[in-house]
Design a binder for this molecule. Structure first.
Ligand code: HEC
Length: 163
């Protein structure tokens, strides 16, 4: 197969997958949703971890603080926008969905609170992206602390099983 027609074949397959996924939307397998949201959370952790490493001076990539903060703000937006789809009913820990999850039943018992903490995370990561653009290291450090405590920490405290 020539390179060009191979690319065409890949593109066609991707389009077919995309078309299929719209109809599959409502039927996302619980196990896949759980794995996806855990991967999503690892993404949160990766961006936060990279910013922290730079702030601590472990690496001198200061130019990567702002893009990582912007990415984290995007994660915040995605989390709020897709909260229901990432945490559908029936995916609490202790269920029978075939994968390990640490999502506490409190998520569904106190859904309003869960939404609020997700919204707070979105707001604080947006602020972090803003301060990161400014480049004031002290302000970035402070806002990073707020994101960790009022965002990740606050949510995990109530809604994720402790390690
Ligand atoms: C709105 C609530 C909420 C916010 C905000 C949140 N998390 Fe989570 N996080 C969870 C829940 C619930 C789980 C458990 C998911 C599961 O096991 O199905 C989790 C799981 C994780 C995991 C484990 C993933 C795995 O592989 O099992 C990591 C790491 C993580 N979060 C990091 C973060 C970091 C870092 C932040 C902030 C930058 C953050 N989270 C923000 C609710 C949240």
């Amino acid at each position: 197969m020539s390179r060009c027609s191979r690319n065409l074949a890949v593109a066609t397959a991707l389009v077919a997958m995309a078309a299929g996924s719209t109809s599959a939307f409502a039927a996302d397998e619980p196990a896949n949703v759980v794995k996806y949201r855990q991967t999503f959370m690892k993404g949160n952790s990766a961006h936060l971890g990279m910013i922290a490493a730079i702030m601590k001076g472990e690496v001198s990539l200061t130019g990567e603080i702002a893009p990582n903060a912007a990415a984290l703000a995007e994660m915040g937006e995605m989390l709020s926008a897709n909260l229901q789809q990432l945490f559908p009913g029936g995916t609490a820990m202790g269920g029978d969905i075939g994968v390990e999850t640490h999502a506490l039943p409190a998520i569904w018992e106190k859904w309003g609170d869960f939404e609020q903490v997700a919204m707070r995370f979105q707001e604080e990561t947006a602020k972090l992206a803003e301060v990161a653009e400014g480049g004031d290291m002290a302000a970035i450090g402070q806002q990073l602390g707020v994101v960790g405590k009022e965002g990740c920490g606050a949510c995990h405290e109530t809604f994720r099983e402790k390690d």
